[in-house]
Design a protein around this ligand. Structure first.
Ligand code: FES
Ligand code: FES
Length: 147
């Protein structure tokens, strides 16, 4: 199947019900999207599919045929970091960091559509991103302040 990842067209062989997450990690070496629950529960695997955040573990790879996928690697600028990434580092919002790529993708999407979000907007946007190791205070502060 052929699709676009971070602006690059790629062609990969897909077997049966393989997930988009598997293809990104195992075939394309894009390890930013994390493989945590593989059940759509945690958001660690979040990517943008045609501009919308999705859990890539729940997307069948074959269904991404012709789609435009953006991973955290694509959200990150060629030089330096996205403001949300900087702010997460500055506020201590990235602890173990396992959830961080998914948080960054969700936050970047939010800020693109709502450049001045309230705490409540951020909480809603991150509802699908589970952080196992910290409260959400620093993460929310990072997104509200780092925009
Ligand atoms: S790994 Fe996809 S939602 Fe948890
Ligand atoms: S920083 Fe560890 S799961 Fe969120």
């Amino acid at each position: 199947m052929k699709f676009t990842v971070n602006g690059r067209t790629v062609e990969v062989a897909v077997e049966g019900s393989e997930s988009l997450l598997r293809i990104l990690r195992d075939d394309l070496g894009l390890y930013g999207a994390k493989d945590a629950c593989e059940q759509g529960e945690c958001g660690a695997c979040t990517v943008l599919l045609d501009g919308v955040p999705v859990c890539s573990c729940l997307v069948m790879a074959a269904d991404a045929e012709g789609a435009h996928v953006v991973t955290v690697e694509g959200v990150t600028p060629a030089e330096g970091l996205h403001p949300v990434q900087e702010a997460l580092l500055d506020t201590g919002g990235a602890q173990c960091g396992y959830c961080t790529p998914g948080v960054v993708v969700s936050a970047a999407y939010l800020l693109e559509h709502n450049p001045d979000p309230t705490d409540e907007d951020v909480r809603e946007a991150l509802a699908g991103n589970i952080c196992r190791c910290t409260g959400y205070g620093a993460i929310i502060r990072a997104i509200v302040e780092g925009k």
